[in-house]
Design a protein around this ligand. Structure first.
Ligand SMILES: [Zn+2]
Ligand SMILES: [Zn+2]
Length: 274
């Protein structure tokens, strides 16, 4: 949900916006009988969200992989469903054919489908296996990250207080990648944004606590992180304030109000500390 300036065309995605280019266009073609020509479909990088971008595995300069963005060369007319001729790296310009890309996406889809949605190690191993081939904001990778964001900190044995700093850091990164894509494909306030920000807040708090206890950040460093946490909490409330009473989201709003009070109390306490 976002502000709409006077005169701007109002559009709706019909198919669910959190899907990749090929999947969205197939749904629109088969269900609504048209080849979508929206700005997002016309943009190889999906307006910079990289929701359907792969990573170039060609040789880089220093013996490593290139890691440029592998983007589709689109038929500019977008009049049919088969509008992708091939893919090209935006850095080294090496090419990949559409069938190879499709196969990779199918492999990743199968890996997700054959993993239990609460299997943290299984989901993490999907990221290990496919993370070098897909953009960190690719929609299939985003699905895995969304599942992990909601498991880490909640699943028994993986409470925030039980997780290592590395896992907390991983969770924060998954949240950031997901939010970066949302900023473009679903800007403004939304349930997804509110829930992701809440998960990010929780992980940030525990990470800061570990750092403060281990004295890897100073009192000042810790205190400097509080305005950012405050900002996240206010945004959580803005996103979820219309949630139905008794819902999971309404509970998060309640918890975020308490968290806001704690952040302010911690700030006052630190002020008094030598
Ligand atoms: Zn479109
Ligand atoms: Zn390349």
């Amino acid at each position: 949900m976002t502000a709409i300036p006077a005169g701007q065309e109002v559009t709706l995605h019909y198919s669910g916006g959190l899907k990749g280019r090929w999947e969205r266009r197939k749904i629109l073609w088969e269900g609504w009988c048209f080849a979508c020509q929206c700005l997002r479909c016309k943009s190889p990088s999906e307006l910079g969200s990289h929701f359907s971008t792969l990573i170039c595995g060609g040789p880089g300069g220093d013996g490593s992989n290139c890691r440029g963005n592998l983007l589709p060369n689109l038929d500019p007319n977008l009049t049919t469903l088969n509008d992708v001729t091939d893919y090209e790296c935006d850095f080294c310009h090496s090419k990949a054919d559409g069938t190879t890309v499709q196969k990779l996406e199918d492999q990743l889809t199968k890996a997700i489908e054959s993993t239990f949605t609460d299997d943290i190690e299984g989901l993490e191993s999907i990221l290990d296996q496919f993370g070098s081939k897909f953009h960190p904001q690719h929609y299939l990778i985003s699905i895995v990250k969304w599942l992990l964001v909601n498991l880490l900190g909640r699943k028994p044995g993986f409470a925030n207080s039980q997780m290592s700093r590395a896992r907390l850091e991983g969770k924060i990164k998954y949240c950031q990648d997901y939010l970066n894509a949302l900023d473009i494909i679903d800007p403004g306030i939304s349930h997804n944004r509110g829930r992701t920000l809440w998960e990010m807040y929780s992980a940030c708090v525990f990470q800061s606590q570990i750092d403060f206890q281990n004295q890897t950040i100073s009192k000042k460093g810790f205190q400097d992180s509080l305005p950012n946490l405050r900002q996240i909490l206010l945004e959580v409330q803005r996103c979820l304030r219309f949630s139905e009473g008794g819902s999971f989201e309404a509970k998060i709003v309640e918890l975020s109000q308490k968290a806001l009070i704690s952040v302010d109390e911690i700030n006052k306490f630190l002020d008094m500390m030598p």
